[in-house]
Design a protein around this ligand. Structure first.
Ligand code: PMP
Length: 435
C-alpha cells in the first residue's frame, strides 16, 4: 500500500458533515447473511422475479433502435416531460391531482430525500420523523447534520398527540422543525399505515404549526386488501412535498423516483438536481416511459401485490404458529415489512450473531432510530424469500428466541441484554398465544 492511501492522511481533511456518514455496524454480518444457507429476512429488495422480463426486454430493444440517440443523450434537469405526465397518472391512483410542471424526476426517491434535505436543512436543524423510521432517510438527515426528533406511532401510524408534544418540545427548546418526514403507507420498517382520520388530523396540526410535511410513499400501491387511502398530498396541496418511486412497482435498477413539490420549491429542487447530476438518467426515464405506455403496468402491480400478499400471509402464519409467548408484531396491510417486538429482556442486536449462526438474518431495531433506541425490536422482510423459506426462517428465529429466553431465565440476562428497553406501546400487538 502506498503512503498516499494512509487513512490518517485524509481524515483531518474531511468536511465536518462526513462524521455522520458511518457504515452500519451490522454491515459485516450482512456478508454472512447473504450466504445461500442463511434465510435472509433482512433485506428489503423488491422481488424482481415477479416482473415480466420479456416485456421489459422488448421495450428496451425498441427504445434503443427507435430513439436511442435521444435516450443516450443528456436530458432535462427536471426530467423527461412525457414521463412527468405519466407520473401524474400514477399519482392519480392515490387521489393526487398534480401538474407535470411540479414534478422533478430523481435518481430513486433516495436522491429526492437528499435534494429536499439539501435545500431545507442547515447543520443542527431539527427534522421530525416517525419512531422507527426509514434507515436511508436517517442516513441522509445525518449526512446533512440535521437532528432527528422521533415521534412515536401505534398500529394506526403516527400518533397525532405525540406530534403535538414533539412540536411543543422543539418549540420549548427554542428551535424549529424544518419538516415532518413521514411514510404513511405500509411503513418501512414498522409495517403500519396511517389511518384515514389521522391523515386529516396530522395535516391540520402541520398547517397550524406551519410545519412542512415530507411524504415518502414508495409502497402506496402495494396494499393487499383495499383501495389505497388518499395520499397526504391528495388532501392538502400546500405545505406537502411528496416523494414517489418506481422501485417497488416496477424495478429499482432503473433508479427512477420523483418529487412533487409546491411550485416555489420545485425550482430550487431542479437547481439542486442539476448541481448533483446535471440531469436524471435519460435512458432509464425513457425506458420506464415506454414501458408505462406500452404495457399493462397496473396489471403488473396487481401481480406484485398478489406475490407479496402470499408472502405476508406466510410470515404472519409462521409467526403465529412458532413465536414464543411475549413476542408481538405488526400486521401489515401492504408493503414488505413486519416489525417484531421481542419478549422482555431480549436484545435484537446482541442476538444477531446467534441468529446468523442458526442461519437466519434480520435487521435489529436500533438501525431505525437516530437515538439508539429500538433494541427490543427487529424488522422482518417478507418480500424476497419464497413462502416456504419464510416459514423456515421464522422457525429458525423462534429457536433463537427460545434459547435466549432460557438463558435469560437461567442467568437473569442473555448474551445480549442491552441498555434500557424503551416502551413503544401499541405499535405491535401480542401474538395469539398471549392475547
Ligand atoms: N423511502 C423508503 C421508505 C424506502 O423504503 C426506500 C427503499 N427501500 C426508499 C425511500 C428509496 O427507494 P428508491 O431510491 O429505490 O426509490
Amino acid at each position: 500500500m502506498s503512503s498516499g492511501s494512509r487513512l490518517d492522511a485524509y481524515v483531518e481533511r474531511y468536511a465536518a458533515r462526513t462524521r455522520g456518514m458511518t457504515a452500519s455496524e451490522i454491515r459485516a454480518l450482512f456478508a454472512v447473511a447473504s450466504r445461500p444457507e442463511v434465510v435472509s429476512l433482512a433485506g428489503g429488495m423488491p422481488n424482481i422475479s415477479g416482473l415480466a422480463l420479456d416485456a421489459v426486454a422488448d421495450t428496451i430493444h425498441d427504445l434503443v433502435l427507435e430513439r436511442g440517440t435521444v435516450a443516450m443523450q443528456y436530458g432535462s434537469g427536471q426530467g423527461d416531460p412525457t414521463l412527468r405526465e405519466q407520473i401524474c397518472e400514477v399519482m392519480r391512483l392515490e387521489g393526487i391531482a398534480a401538474h407535470p410542471d411540479d414534478v422533478v424526476v430523481t435518481v430513486g426517491s433516495q436522491q429526492a430525500l437528499d435534494l429536499v434535505t439539501r435545500i431545507f436543512c442547515d447543520p443542527g436543524d431539527v427534522v421530525l420523523a416517525e419512531a422507527p423510521s426509514y434507515v436511508g432517510a436517517l442516513g441522509t438527515f445525518r449526512a446533512f447534520q440535521a437532528e432527528v426528533v422521533h415521534v412515536a406511532m401505534d398500529s394506526d401510524g403516527l400518533v397525532p398527540d405525540n406530534l403535538r408534544a414533539a412540536l411543543a418540545a422543539v418549540r420549548a427548546a427554542g428551535r424549529r422543525a424544518k419538516f415532518l418526514y413521514t411514510i404513511p403507507n405500509h411503513h418501512n420498517p414498522a409495517g403500519v399505515t396511517l389511518s384515514r382520520d389521522r391523515r386529516e388530523e396530522i395535516l391540520a396540526i402541520a398547517a397550524e404549526a406551519d410545519l412542512l410535511v415530507l411524504e415518502d410513499n414508495p409502497y402506496g400501491l402495494l396494499g393487499f386488501d383495499e383501495a389505497p387511502l388518499p395520499a397526504l398530498r391528495a388532501l392538502r396541496e400546500d405545505g406537502v412535498i411528496y416523494l414517489g418511486s418506481f422501485s417497488k412497482t416496477f424495478a429499482p435498477g432503473f433508479r427512477v423516483g420523483w418529487v412533487l413539490a409546491p411550485h416555489a420549491v420545485r425550482e430550487k429542487l431542479v437547481l439542486a438536481q442539476e448541481s448533483a447530476t446535471l440531469c436524471p438518467p435519460a435512458f432509464s426515464q425513457m425506458a420506464i416511459s415506454a414501458y408505462l405506455a406500452g404495457h399493462d403496468w397496473q396489471g403488473q402491480i396487481k401481480d406484485f401485490r398478489e406475490m407479496y400478499r402470499q408472502r405476508r400471509d406466510a410470515m404472519l402464519a409462521a409467526l403465529a404458529d412458532l413465536m414464543p409467548e411475549g413476542t408481538g408484531w405488526t400486521r401489515p396491510s401492504g408493503g414488505f415489512y413486519v416489525w417484531l417486538e421481542l419478549p422482555e429482556g431480549l436484545d435484537a442486536k446482541a442476538m444477531l450473531p446467534r441468529a446468523v449462526t442458526n442461519r437466519v438474518a434480520y435487521v435489529p431495531g436500533t438501525a431505525f432510530y437516530a437515538d439508539g433506541l429500538g433494541s427490543r425490536f427487529m424488522r422482518l422482510s417478507y418480500c424476497y424469500p419464497t413462502p416456504e423459506r419464510i416459514r423456515e426462517g421464522v422457525r429458525r428465529l423462534a429457536q433463537v428466541l427460545e434459547t435466549e429466553l432460557e438463558l435469560h431465565a437461567t442467568f437473569g440476562e442473555t448474551s445480549g441484554l442491552g441498555p434500557a428497553h424503551e416502551e413503544q406501546p401499541g405499535l405491535t400487538a401480542p401474538g395469539p398465544e398471549t392475547s
